[in-house]
Structure formats: structure tokens, C-alpha cells
Design a protein around this ligand. Structure first.
Ligand code: ZN
Length: 80
């Protein structure tokens, strides 16, 4: 079994802090900057990983359920 926890990660190129690998990908990297190219590679691999995970085990659609807590909260603000 494979378990992967939630990962929050940020990477920024100090020379090109505005570079976003989602915008233009490799073609938008200025002067072949290795840091920006690394961000593109990380982004591509992340997207590929996510696609593989969805293919392996498609996300289960959750039924919309009204939680008892939200009913209580609505009750607090109701006026008669
Ligand atoms: Zn850069």
C-alpha cells in the first residue's frame, strides 16, 4: 500500500519571482534559468502524479449531506 500525505510546497526563483510554470511552461523560462526550469519540471511531475493517482483511483463523489452542525448554526440566526 502507498500512502502520501497532503503536501503544501512553495518554490520561487529569486531572479524571476513572478515566473509561474502554469503560464507558458518551459517556453516562458527566461535565458534557460535553471531555477525556473526546475519549477517547470516539478510542476509537470506534480501534474503527472495527480493524473496517475486519479486514473488509479478516481475521486469518489461525496453525497451532499447537511451536517447537523450547520442546521444548528442556521437556527441561531433565524428570527421569528
Ligand atoms: Zn528564474
Amino acid at each position: 500500500m502507498l500512502k502520501i500525505g497532503a503536501v503544501r510546497w512553495r518554490g520561487k526563483c529569486s531572479r524571476h519571482p513572478m515566473f509561474d510554470p502554469f503560464d507558458g511552461g518551459r517556453g516562458a523560462v527566461k535565458g534557460g534559468c535553471p531555477r525556473c526550469l526546475s519549477l517547470v519540471e516539478i510542476c509537470e511531475l506534480h501534474q503527472k502524479t495527480m493524473a496517475l493517482m486519479r486514473t488509479f483511483a478516481p475521486p469518489v463523489e461525496k453525497k451532499k449531506k447537511v451536517s447537523p452542525l450547520s442546521l444548528l448554526q442556521i437556527g441561531l440566526f433565524e428570527e421569528e
